[in-house]
Each structure stands twice: as structure tokens, then as C-alpha cells.
Write a new protein. Structure first.
Length: 136
């Protein structure tokens, strides 16, 4: 869990710095800057997650690594870009664009958490039965 949190923190900081640069240095829109930041930051995010969090070596598995990661990254890109662009149009302030982008990623994270919890959560009696079977 701690490795996941560290990698997540590094990725959030990386993305926000790239978005900040795109908006303030190159005068890109919130949507354009967020797209740039998301695409650029996703590459090291994948490799950091793969090596440090998942601790996978060798060839990447398309089914269990590549597709899930890039699907979630794409959903995050779409949602965060929509909110960053909306914040840009509504407020025209860098801090609001950064907050819009973060909000988009938070919503995707929350949706992923709720979906995975619903798919993998088991009723308490199933858990108790499994635990008692292990201890027999």
C-alpha cells in the first residue's frame, strides 16, 4: 500500500507540474494542457507502477497489465480534460484548472474503487466460510 501511495503521489505531482507548465509557459488551454500532461505523465506512471508497485519483471501482459492500466488512464484523461477545460472556460485561472484536473482524476479513482468493491466484495458469510475452511 505504501508503494502505491508513493507512486500515486509522484504521478500526481508530475501531472500537475506538466499541466502548470503547459498553461503558464506555453499558454495552452486547460484541455490541451491537461491532455499533454496526462499523456506525458502516464508513461512513467505505468513503468513506476509495473516495477515498484506490481513488482513485475519480464514481458508485459497485455491482458492483466497493459489493457487495465491504459483503459483507466484513458478514462482519467477524458474526465480530467473535460473538467480542466470547463474550469478554464469558467474561471480562466490556473489554480482552478489544476483543481478541475485533480477532481476529474479523483472521480475516476472513486468510480474505480466503487466498481472494484462491488465486483470483488463478498458477503460476510462467504468470507467467514472461507476463513473457517482455511483454519480446518
Amino acid at each position: 500500500m505504501s508503494r502505491y501511495l508513493v507512486v500515486s503521489l509522484v504521478n500526481v505531482v508530475n501531472h500537475q507540474l506538466l499541466l502548470f507548465m503547459a498553461i503558464n509557459w506555453w499558454a495552452w488551454s486547460g484541455g490541451g494542457g491537461n491532455t499533454f500532461a496526462a499523456v506525458t505523465a502516464s508513461v512513467p506512471a505505468y513503468f513506476m507502477s509495473r516495477q515498484w508497485v506490481w513488482q513485475v519483471k519480464g514481458r508485459s501482459s497485455l491482458r492483466s497489465e497493459v489493457m487495465p492500466f491504459w483503459t483507466i488512464a484513458l478514462v482519467g484523461l477524458v474526465v480530467s480534460t473535460a473538467l480542466a477545460e470547463a474550469a478554464d472556460r469558467l474561471f480562466e485561472a490556473t489554480v482552478m484548472i489544476l483543481i478541475g484536473s485533480l477532481t476529474g482524476y479523483f472521480l475516476v479513482w472513486l468510480g474505480k474503487f466503487l466498481l472494484l468493491h462491488k465486483v470483488f466484495a463478498r458477503p460476510s458469510e462467504v468470507i467467514e466460510a472461507a476463513e473457517s475452511a482455511i483454519h480446518v
